[in-house]
Design a protein around this ligand. Structure first.
Ligand SMILES: Cc1ncc(COP(=O)(O)O)c(C=O)c1O
Length: 379
């Protein structure tokens, strides 16, 4: 493969070394050590929050489970979410004792809509909602704050790729918690990890308690907890990442500009919602016209050494593990599953590489255009 779809680049060993030496000196390896506290303080600054308004966690999947558990929802209630998401979203609901219910997304924003959730809640017991930010795009949290206030139904925002899109999250008043992943595939990659953002200090405390065996401040297991703490070694990687963040962000920004320019030069293609509009993430996606299938294009690109990925497959409702989950009509999810394709997008890819990849795509489009019958929706 000449161009893999993804090539993570985390802080290198030389950048980690000073932090690792601090761990050796302190002989403090986990359980809220000095590096973790410093990392959380740096994250709080990044998200414009106070230190007690965020909680680090081992990964975003478990972070969402802990939040759902912290809400104390009647077991087996429905957890409404998009099918157009990564399988970790429904998995977190099931681990949290709830039953996923998939709803369709808006064709433009790729987000679920509060009115659709209200309709379901009028007929069935909805215990929670997980709103998924589409590939890290910022969203209007106030809409869901209002939904939560008027229905009493807790909302969680799965912004796994939202490290940059949700930076300054603290500048708006909101009690809706947001989960950000620090997985290696993200711009915020530090290996495995996540951070929960919430301006509800009581919720933050409960999530921390649930991730530390139910302990908080002493060794009394007040609630049944798991262990989702972040170790000092991961915090070391986090501190190295924060130190490099301005340069890294600039690198992703340049990549986004080059990618968006190629999409603009190809009238048949569209970028993912909000792409290159002031925030960055690690996904270079295009939406194809209906007369070119992502499978056809992927095969052609693969033959040229260009790897692609259908990041969210055909939606979670098509995955074996979640086929049994109830859902509403999902026409937009099915369309996006067929028409959205992830292209190579990583630090180190040059503008020339991106142009070369889009050149192949334009050739395929030109060939497909020779078949007018396929381009017509009417028989
Ligand atoms: C939308 C979404 N939710 C959740 C996750 C899971 O994150 P983690 O790997 O930190 O558990 C991902 C991971 O890519 C994701 O894309």
């Amino acid at each position: 493969v000449r161009f893999p779809v993804l090539r993570p680049l985390l802080p290198t060993a030389d950048k980690l070394l000073p932090y690792l030496q601090r761990i050796d000196d302190a002989r403090w390896y986990t359980n809220f050590g000095p590096l973790l506290k410093e990392f959380e303080a740096g994250l709080a600054q990044h998200f414009a929050l106070d230190d007690d308004q965020l909680v680090t966690c081992t990964n975003a999947t478990l972070a969402m489970t802990q939040i759902l558990r912290a809400f104390d929802i009647l077991p087996d209630s429905l957890c409404v979410m998009p099918s157009w998401t990564f399988v970790a979203t429904p998995a977190s609901a099931i681990w949290g004792g709830l039953q996923p219910y998939f709803v369709d997304v808006d064709p433009v924003s790729w987000l679920i809509r509060p009115e659709d959730v209200r309709e379901i809640a009028a007929k069935q017991r909805v215990g929670a909602v997980i709103v998924v930010s589409a590939f890290g795009a910022p969203l209007d949290v106030a809409v869901w704050e209002e939904f939560n206030r008027s229905t009493g139904i807790p909302v969680v925002i799965d912004a796994a790729a939202g490290f940059d899109g949700f930076a300054r999250y603290g500048e708006q008043q909101s009690s809706v918690p947001v989960v950000i992943s620090l997985h290696a595939t993200k711009v915020s990659g530090i290996g495995e990890g996540a951070v929960v953002l919430t301006q509800d200090a009581a919720l933050a405390k409960r999530v921390r308690q649930l991730g530390n065996f139910g302990f908080y401040g002493n060794r009394d297991a007040v609630v049944m907890g798991a262990n989702t703490k972040m170790s000092e070694y991961v915090a070391a990687s986090g501190l190295a990442l924060l130190a490099e963040w301005p340069d890294r962000r600039q690198g992703w920004k340049e990549l986004s500009v080059a990618f968006a320019a190629e999409v603009d030069a190809t009238p048949e293609l569209r970028c993912a919602p909000g792409f290159n509009e002031g925030w960055i993430s690690s996904y270079g996606l295009v939406e194809l016209p209906f007369w070119i299938s992502a499978v056809t294009l992927s095969a052609r690109l693969q033959a040229c050494g260009v790897e692609t990925r259908q990041w969210w497959s055909s939606g979670c409702h098509e995955e074996n593990a979640y086929r049994h989950c109830p859902h509403g009509p999902l026409p937009e999810t099915e369309r996006l599953g067929d028409q959205v394709i992830g292209l190579p997008f990583w630090l180190g890819l040059t503008t020339e590489n991106i142009t070369e990849i889009f050149q192949i795509i334009r050739e395929v489009i030109a060939e497909e255009m020779q078949q007018p019958v396929l381009r017509s929706k009417t028989p």
